[in-house]
Write a protein that binds this ligand. Structure first.
Ligand code: AMP
Length: 192
């Protein structure tokens, strides 16, 4: 495993625990020499994560749309900052550069990115691990909605094999690494 694409909040107004977890994850990625592929921003959890990776000697690849660069929202210390025109182009590039995907807590931007990657996994266009970090139950309501989607037969229960849920930062990397060994393993059915 080499490159992890992380989707996460751009907000600077969150409780400190969210930045702490993003920093902790970034430091762990750096220690393991994994490359972070992300939205290239310096704000919110994105900034905390990227600074964490750099502080422990890791590599950061940011994919940022031109209009955000103009507004000076980019993480200038990134090892590689790829400038694209649109948000769609950005998502596509982030997808092609990553071996696995992870959503930390976030808003609409994060949800949009997560649901797009899950949809690709569902359609079997994508065969790479997707992990949702359900920090302090942040994603409980979304996971309940996934249950309802299956319960009311909008989708088949095989969607549960397309993602795993981590409850702590320490659970994230073992879940990603475990995916290669045993796709369809019980933990890939775990919903909360
Ligand atoms: P949100 O969860 O709504 O804060 O959006 C964050 C997600 O959308 C990130 O994973 C980014 O890929 C993208 N994004 C939104 N705002 C920014 C920003 N200011 N700089 C870089 N990426 C952003």
């Amino acid at each position: 495993m080499k490159s992890l694409c992380v989707y996460c909040s751009s907000s600077d107004r969150l409780e400190p625990k969210y930045y702490a977890a993003a920093t902790e994850l970034g430091e762990e990625l750096g220690r393991r020499q994994w490359t972070l592929v992300y939205g290239g921003g310096k704000t919110g959890l994105m900034g905390a994560l990227a600074r964490g990776v750099k502080s422990s000697g890791g590599r950061v690849v940011g994919v940022i749309p031109e209009f955000m660069k103009v507004r000076e929202l980019e993480f200038a210390e990134a090892d590689e900052l790829i400038c694209v025109l649109t948000m769609r182009e950005r998502k596509m590039l982030m997808e092609t550069r990553a071996d696995a995907f992870l959503a930390l807590p976030g808003g609409w931007g994060t949800l949009e990115e997560l649901l797009e990657i899950l949809t690709l996994a569902h359609l079997e266009v994508l065969h790479r691990p997707v992990v949702i970090f359900n920090q302090d139950g942040y994603y409980d309501d979304l996971l309940r909605l996934f249950d309802r989607i299956v319960g009311e037969k909008f989708m088949h229960d095989t969607i549960r094999t397309k993602y795993a849920v981590a409850r702590t930062v320490a659970e994230i990397i073992p879940l990603i690494e475990g995916w290669n060994r045993q796709p369809g393993d019980a933990k890939w059915f775990q919903t909360r």
